[in-house]
Unconditional design. Structure first.
Length: 281
């Protein structure tokens, strides 16, 4: 086969042609249009390491309440499960991921706060969680004051355990581990007496097969955490569409089913579904 020699002029013409095509606003079929639905893919931010909420399984699939909610919402926006690309979105990067357009929306234990509302818009809330304690099933810890003299675990950088010590049990011994998985392992071994964070997160861990029946929630409701779905600031159309989807999920019973499937084994006494669109902190 003969190779044709490409002249400098021809090469330049080719570059100009490609540049014009790229700048001409051609059809980007891989980009989701969450305002109208029906694109090839939709990118959804979730957690990868929270059992019962957002977890990447060893086989590459995803499970959890946030995953179920996101899948339902995406379907209402016009996307089948095989059109959803779940992207790990860590807490510290959620606002930036939306601003950059890395994801179309985020369902990742994303508590609605005034500070966050200044940077992103929220649909929902779709779950009301509370700060709580996870203890062994045979533990006598029933009130916050029972933690005096006990070892209380939370993750490094979290304010949950410090809040308990400051406001409820000043003689509690704080233990900080790198992850909640380490805290749960410490609770199982007896290295700590209780773990504190959102009750939904605790229930998700307790519902794992290897822990079933070993732990219980104290049910203290130490704070209110309204989980919302984060959307890029100013995208009111998508917020409204997601709210419509969440309302449908509650009304047709899919919301209750998702709660029981993901938190039921931990005897999680969930709050009723919050009023969708009531973004009040």
């Amino acid at each position: 086969m003969k190779l044709r020699k490409v002249t400098a002029a021809a090469a330049a013409a080719l570059v100009l042609s490609l540049t014009a095509t790229a700048c001409g606003g051609g059809d980007d079929s891989d980009s989701a249009d969450t305002g109208s639905g029906g694109g090839d893919k939709i990118k959804v931010g979730i957690k990868y390491d929270q059992p019962g909420l957002g977890l990447k399984e060893p086989d590459g699939s995803f499970s959890g309440f946030d995953v179920d909610v996101a899948t339902y919402v995406a379907k209402e926006l016009g996307y089948e499960p095989n059109q959803i690309e779940f992207i790990e979105t860590k807490s510290a990067d959620r606002e930036n991921a939306l601003a950059r357009g890395d994801v179309d929306f985020i369902a990742a234990t994303y508590s609605i706060t005034d500070e966050r509302k200044a940077k992103v818009d929220f649909a929902g809330p779709y779950l009301l969680a509370h700060q709580d304690l996870l203890v062994k099933s045979d533990s006598d810890i029933a009130e916050g004051t029972d933690l005096n003299g006990k070892k209380l675990c939370s993750v490094t950088g979290s304010t949950s355990a410090q809040n308990v010590k400051d406001e409820i049990a000043p003689k509690a011994q704080l233990k900080e581990y790198g992850t909640y998985s380490e805290c749960i392992a410490g609770l199982q071994s007896g290295a700590v007496d209780a773990v504190t964070t959102d009750d939904s997160i605790l229930a998700g861990f307790a519902a794992q097969d290897q822990y079933k029946g070993q732990f219980k929630l104290a049910g203290l409701k130490l704070s209110n955490e309204n989980y919302g779905i984060g959307v890029k600031k100013g995208d009111t159309e998508t917020v409204n569409k997601i709210n419509d989807a969440l309302e449908k999920m509650v009304s047709d019973g899919a919301w209750d089913t998702a709660v029981k499937d993901n938190f039921g084994p931990a005897n999680y006494k969930n709050e009723p579904a919050p009023k969708i669109g009531n973004i009040v902190q």
